[in-house]
Design a binder for this molecule. Structure first.
Ligand code: NDP
Length: 586
């Protein structure tokens, strides 16, 4: 009520907040009910004199208001809803006091719920529930009414069928796009009824309690979707809109709905640490992880990629490379399956398309042939131009498990080291235009190429150096090939098992380090990954696990969320018999 008093604009209301009252109804059949209300009263009245002259004759004392609440609660012979009680109070204050023109009554009901013992509703036992039923009644002496009900603290969560993507992305944005996340919120809702006078409100007992429960159910049901399949939520905003619409459509006496739904975030946690016994990140920039069953690895929880994300996989007509393409395509990445033999490559693509994977394209690529790398790069630049992921998987080994011949050392070095290096160098500019915040290069390598397999101290020193360069690595590779040519390779401290293959992977791992260092902090992640002893043609199908298993881990590593993906690491997957399952991504 705004007035002009002594030339000043004057507006006042007086009242009493936080009046706590409980009412118990003890029915004859022994069944009790209880409500506990926290009541706030504001009265608008003509009591200017109290302010200007110190005359309190128009003031209703807060003590009176508090007592009134208790008396009015006591007078309620029958159970009633919080809305009905608020209307009664407001009506009382405007009718009893001549000066009071409007009463505003706000009540929050404490959520006491009947307890159940041995599945039976208890006669007089109650427990505290969670969300609270609220109301606000504004009642004028003239009979005009505004009635609002609400819910406070309705916490809802769903573990899938929620995403958030396509939002504004700029240099301040770290959040990746996702189509798979937990959606959780604590809702504060209020809805205004159409009733404009106390004569128009339904006389049915507990009518507003029923409405409250139905609106709460409608809100929750819309949030969750049907029990089996749920409903996809592209954002909290979209879900909020549908929830409000459901209430407005479903309840004709509700005129307006207001919803506040702050997002409660569940952020994925990277559990890897230096001391973690399950996931160990080694000082030598190597990381091991073990899992009895790779199928138990969680699928990526944060989906930062889309169908516009492009990956190239080399040597993908069979074995691990083929399975990597399959996993990536299943997850919705656009994949270029490459193979040195056109027919074998096309057959592989056909097999994937027969499984419904149409986001796979084929191109010929022999990584041991620089002219093939050149024509592939030209084709890719023309057809796609932008690259997000490169998996250097193609490799050869000419030895059987227990053999150690270096007869094909030159081809092995060309294919396993120079090939991925030349290809990476040619494709690096195409990462620049990638829309994902981090370009990813994953070199599929081998533990046989670990530094500790090298027994020649001077070569080891070169490769361990912090200032290692590509030239140094090429120097080591040339030295090895010279030793092979001169027949001295056995005495020069090169790795003892699958020597040529091991040196090629040693060079590849070193290249990973150099490249990672060169691009550190510049939006590139470069890692090596050893799939472990895998059943493929390279091992004559001996091994601890299938190519599919190894590839699923490889893909998870390649698709780690931008904030979790490391760089310059060597990841070694070990499938153990102990049944260890990593609780983190890696
Ligand atoms: P496979 O022999 O099954 O597959 C190798 C793939 O590389 C084939 O598609 C092959 O094509 C291709 N390839 C060979 N040479 C070239 C070339 N010059 N240009 C293009 N593609 C080529 O072996 P895996 O699947 O086991 O090997 C995949 C990766 O995993 C390799 O890097 C390997 O070193 C690594 N690895 C494998 C282990 C295992 O136990 N299997 C252990 C540790 C590492 P084609 O069919 O035409 O020969």
């Amino acid at each position: 009520m705004a007035n002009k008093i002594e030339g000043l604009s004057f507006e006042q209301r007086h009242g009493k907040q936080r009046v706590r009252v409980a009412r118990v109804w003890r029915n004859n059949d022994g069944r009790h009910s209880i409500v506990e209300w926290n009541v706030g009263i504001s009265l608008l009245s003509d009591c200017v004199n109290a302010y200007t002259r110190g005359d309190n004759s128009d003031i209703v004392a807060t003590d009176t208001m508090k007592n009134t609440v208790c008396v009015k609660a006591k007078e309620c012979k029958e159970e009633l809803s919080v809305e009905e009680f608020a209307v009664r109070l407001a009506k009382h204050f405007t009718s009893l006091y001549q000066q009071v023109t409007t009463a505003i009554v706000k009540i929050v009901e404490k959520p006491w719920e009947r307890a159940y013992v041995d599945g039976q509703p208890h006669e007089h036992g109650f427990k505290l529930g969670s969300e609270k039923h609220t109301t606000e009644v504004i009642f004028e002496k003239s009979g005009a009414l505004w009635l609002t009900s609400g819910i406070e603290g309705l916490s809802l969560l769903k573990t899938t069928q929620s995403g958030f993507e396509g939002f504004i992305r700029d240099k301040y944005t770290a959040l990746p796009d996702t189509r798979e996340r937990i959606l959780a919120t604590e809702i504060t809702a209020s809805w205004k009824y159409q009733y404009e006078s106390i004569f128009s409100i339904p006389q049915k007992s507990m009518y507003f309690n029923e409405r409250y429960l139905s609106v709460k159910k409608a809100l929750a049901d819309t949030f969750y979707g049907p029990p089996k399949e749920g409903v996809y939520s592209p954002s909290v905003q979209s879900t909020l809109f549908h929830m409000a619409k459901t209430v407005l459509k479903g309840f004709p006496d509700i005129a307006a709905v207001q919803l506040k739904m702050p997002n409660i975030h569940f952020l994925p946690v990277n559990l890897s640490s230096k001391d973690n016994t399950i996931v160990k990140v080694m000082e030598s920039k190597e990381a091991t992880f073990s899992s009895h069953s790779p199928s138990l690895f969680p699928t990526p929880t944060t989906r930062w990629w889309s169908k516009d994300t492009v990956a190239i996989v080399t040597g993908a007509n069979k074995g691990i490379g083929f399975a990597v393409v399959k996993w990536m395509a299943e997850l919705g990445v656009t994949v270029i399956l490459t193979a040195r033999d056109k027919e074998r490559g096309c057959k592989a693509v056909e097999a994937l398309r027969a499984q419904g994977l149409h986001n796979v394209a084929f191109s010929c690529l022999d990584v041991s042939d620089p002219s093939s790398i050149k024509s592939f790069t030209l084709w890719f630049k023309k057809s796609y131009a932008v690259l997000d992921i490169l998996v250097n998987n193609a490799a050869v080994s000419f030895n059987d498990i227990n053999e150690n011949s270096v007869e094909h050392a030159e081809t092995v070095m060309k294919t396993n080291f120079y090939g991925p290096k030349l290809l990476t160098d040619a494709l690096l500019p195409m990462f620049l235009h990638s829309t994902s915040s981090i370009g990813r290069i994953l070199n599929v390598s081998s533990r046989l190429g670990s530094l500790n397999k090298l027994r020649n101290p001077s070569t080891k020193q070169v490769l361990e150096s912090e200032t290692l360069s590509e030239k140094d690595i090429e120097g080591v590779a040339s030295l090895f090939l010279e030793d092979v040519k001169s027949g001295r390779w056995k005495s020069q401290g090169w790795p003892k098992v699958w020597t040529d293959y091991a040196v090629s992977k040693l060079a590849l791992n070193s290249y990973t380090r150099v490249l990672a260092k060169r691009y550190e902090g510049r939006g590139m992640s470069v890692n090596s990954f050893c799939p472990g002893f895998t059943q493929t043609s390279m091992t004559r199908f001996k091994g601890d696990h299938t190519a599919d298993d190894a590839a699923s881990v490889c893909v998870r590593l390649a698709l780690l969320p931008p904030e979790e993906i490391p760089t310059g690491k060597f990841f070694l997957w070990v499938s153990t018999s102990s049944g260890n399952v990593i609780p983190s991504k890696l």
